[in-house]
Design a protein around this ligand. Structure first.
Ligand code: FES
Length: 386
């Protein structure tokens, strides 16, 4: 055995380690750049119906837009009703096979700073600052399965899309893709009244779609299903080997996913559009000030609710403004973040406390002047190239 062998081994191991570290940090930088990418898009069509405003966006010069995957969202930045800039994520509802426009559907929530402003103030011709399409809640289709879907659509697993209220938005983009692939697809929609169904009139006319609305407060004339969607109802109408995609509030998604998995469903994917409130009560300390976690959907909400000023913007894991250093304690992730942080940091809008927490401001974020001040990174104003 040559005497230099251990030395060679050390060099090889060191090179592997360095290559891995370089690759890892390069990928992380790419992800951060992607997360911070912004472009100005122009509103070219609007339709308001009930509390929903449907928005069509295209490039001001008619250029092709970055490709989106069905189920992804845009992070949109615009002034709220008081003129402060805020960012929120909204799902793309249009067919992602085309790149000429994105369609969004925004529900004006009573406490929604941006959604209320979009509903009341947005006009055709306005420009909005938008991210590239983001998000991991997409159809699970490898290249091979897409090829199989094209060649043998009947041999594919059936797909069941289950939406609660405005949770239908990412599922619509998935629906267009599945129908193009001629997959067997069911869409279940939990809604309150017939007026909620009138928002999506095309669903009743789509060939190839099995659309099943379930109304909780239907009028006496309603001929369809009443009550609530649950796993026995879903499984009575589809095979257990189907793929399930769920998008609704936290309660509906957690109940349904647990029931489906307990019934042997293997392919169940879901996204929450709002995390459930924390039922655990832990002390959260941030640089000498403290809050309690119970009753709040995230650490960020708990801190803000106790009057502690923390920078934030999107409240959906996309902008990174709410990141804090975790000095001690344990958190659990309740919303899947888009923005990646270091191991010793948390995105406070995406986690709940699962033990007492000691936090500090990260060097990236400074303490804001006022509670709820939307802090924006300086370079977001300028559209950048992808
Ligand atoms: S507020 Fe944007 S990631 Fe938390």
């Amino acid at each position: 055995m040559p005497a230099q062998l251990p030395l060679y081994l050390c060099i090889v191991l060191l090179s592997c380690y360095l290559s891995y570290s370089l690759l890892h940090s390069w990928l992380r930088r790419q992800r951060q750049q992607q997360a911070q990418y912004r472009q100005q898009l122009q509103v070219y069509r609007l339709r308001r119906q009930g509390k929903i405003v449907k928005i069509w966006l295209r490039h001001p010069q008619g250029k092709l837009l970055p490709k989106a995957k069905a189920g992804q969202h845009l992070l949109l930045q615009a002034p709220d009703l008081k003129g402060n800039k805020v960012s929120r994520a909204y799902s793309i509802t249009s067919d992602c096979s085309q790149r000429r426009y994105y369609q969004l559907a925004v529900k004006a929530e009573p406490d929604g700073r941006l959604s209320r402003a979009l509903w009341s103030d947005l006009r055709v011709g306005d420009r909005l600052l938008c991210s590239a399409p983001k998000g991991h809640f997409i159809l699970h289709q490898s290249l091979l399965s897409r090829l199989k879907a094209r060649l043998w659509p009947q041999a594919q697993r059936p797909v069941v899309l289950v939406a609660g209220g405005i949770g239908i938005t990412p599922l619509l983009a998935m629906l267009w893709q599945l129908l193009r692939q001629r997959r067997a697809v069911q869409l279940w929609l939990q809604a309150r009244t017939e007026a909620d169904l009138a928002l999506w009139p095309m669903l009743r006319r789509l060939p190839g779609l099995d659309f099943i609305p379930v109304l909780s407060q239907a009028s006496a004339d309603w001929q369809g299903r009443r009550g609530r969607i649950d796993a026995p109802l879903l499984l009575a109408h589809t095979a257990a080997n189907a793929e399930f995609y769920l998008c609704a509030n936290a309660k509906m998604v957690s109940e349904l996913s647990q029931q489906l998995q307990a019934s042997g469903v293997k392919h169940c994917y879901y996204e929450l559009f709002k995390a459930a409130q924390s039922t655990e009560n832990h002390l959260i300390e941030l640089e000498g000030r403290s809050a309690q976690s119970a009753g709040y959907p995230s650490v960020l909400d708990a801190l803000l609710g106790s009057g502690i000023a923390v920078p934030y913007d999107c409240r959906g894991g996309s902008c990174g403004q709410c990141r804090l250093t975790l000095k001690s304690g344990q958190c659990k992730t309740v919303l899947a973040p888009e923005f990646s942080v270091a191991e010793h940091e948390i995105l406070s809008c995406c986690v709940q406390a699962s033990s007492a927490l000691q936090l500090a401001f990260s060097s990236f974020a400074s303490e804001p002047d006022a509670i709820g001040t939307a802090i924006t990174t300086p370079n977001l104003e300028q559209p950048q190239n992808l």
